[in-house]
Design a protein around this ligand. Structure first.
Ligand code: PMP
Length: 356
């Protein structure tokens, strides 16, 4: 891992904030240039948050089983993706590997960081193309020696937009094939029955698993992402992240949601029940060609005419995502599983759709 880090990150002296210097309890805090006044009647809003989100990470260990010493929190998992690029990829030299169609932010953040993007597409049924992947990685290894190299490989499981999760054994195979950092983005893990890549962390110190509270935990506005990795790796992430990347209100919301795990479990069951129902009903509709199997809280649906149906639904106040321009997603819409009422509105609208 150390070898793969950018030199400036490996040699970094981290910013030392007031909350790092003194972590005990005191009566008078004059160490952080805060304002002692409170204009929003919110206790502690005038104080900087805990930079290491200790209470939340303890709760994450208790509730999600992700070890405290192996986690770092981000302002959404989006921040963690960006931080991975900034830690490992030398701008203008290094590159990452994506398996499209996949989550669009990986490429956008790579572009922002001037990091190259190579691709080994998924198969048309959204499986990992192992012959192509091993050939690509072999070739990359043989051609090393110039300035940059392939540093990160992103596996999104369950994959956005296709919805399928990859079996753990396939993730293990990728870790075996790749000698850089394998990132498994498990944003939709809670909706899946497949095993988490967290199980592989002890065997593969170059593995990073990303989770988020934005989906199953219904906290998209709080922006709480979790990276789980080897202790040495997360200590690097902690050293380079913005010191106060997670505000106190977000940390409090995370604690509240994680303290409400029984309710969240019930909510998850509702979504899974709706997933079954929606899949069956969608399949009966005239305009629906294929409903791709989903391990997530959305479906990729191939329809007769995605653009026309997208506009038709929008006209009825129902917004879905047109993914037709993504690889292997011709005429595909991505539909989030909503409440029973919302799904019924979608189904009724689609049933009334007349082909143009
Ligand atoms: N990963 C995937 C696969 C996603 O689909 C998303 C959000 N749509 C994210 C990460 C980002 O999630 P967050 O809200 O935690 O930044």
């Amino acid at each position: 891992m150390r070898e793969l880090l950018r030199k400036n990150i490996a040699n970094l002296t981290p910013y030392s904030c007031a909350r790092n210097d003194f972590t005990g309890k005191a009566e008078v805090y004059l160490d952080a240039n805060e304002n002692w006044q409170d204009f929003v009647e919110k206790a502690d809003a005038n104080r900087y948050p805990d930079p290491l989100s200790v209470a939340v990470r303890k709760k994450v260990e208790e509730v999600l089983g992700l070890p405290f010493s192996k986690t770092v929190l981000g302002n959404g998992s989006d921040e963690l993706i960006d931080n991975l690029l900034r830690c490992f990829c030398e701008p203008g030299k290094d590159s990452i590997l994506l398996m499209p169609p996949t989550y669009g932010a990986y490429k956008v953040f790579a572009d922002i960081n001037d990091v190259g993007v190579s691709t080994v597409p998924l198969t048309p049924s959204f499986g990992i193309d192992f012959p192509a992947l091993s050939e690509f990685l072999q070739r990359e290894k043989e051609n090393r020696g110039g300035e940059g190299r392939l540093k990160l490989l992103f596996i999104c499981s369950p994959n956005n937009p296709s919805g399928n999760a990859f079996p753990l054994d396939e993730v293990r195979q990728v870790c075996e094939l790749f000698d850089g950092i394998t990132v498994v983005d498990e944003a939709y893990y809670d909706f899946s029955e497949k095993e988490s890549a967290v199980k592989l962390l002890d065997s593969y110190p170059n593995l990073v698993v990303l989770r988020t509270l934005s989906k199953c935990w219904a906290l998209a506005s709080a922006r709480v992402g979790i990276a789980v990795a080897d202790e040495e790796m997360v200590s690097v992430f902690r050293s380079m992240k913005y010191p106060y990347n997670l505000g106190t209100p977000s940390q409090e919301l995370a604690l509240k949601a994680l303290g409400n795990a029984a309710e969240v479990e019930k909510g998850l069951c509702l979504i899974k029940d709706e997933r079954l129902r929606l899949e069956e009903k969608l399949k009966t509709l005239a305009c629906v060609r294929t409903v791709f199997p989903s391990d997530a809280n959305f479906f990729l649906v191939r329809v007769s005419d995605a653009l026309s149906i997208y506009h038709y639904l929008a006209g009825m106040g129902i917004i879905v995502r047109n993914r037709s321009k993504e690889l292997h997603c011709e005429n595909c819409l991505r539909v989030t599983i909503g409440s029973r009422k919302e799904n019924d509105r979608l189904l009724a609208a689609l049933a009334a759709y007349k082909e143009r």
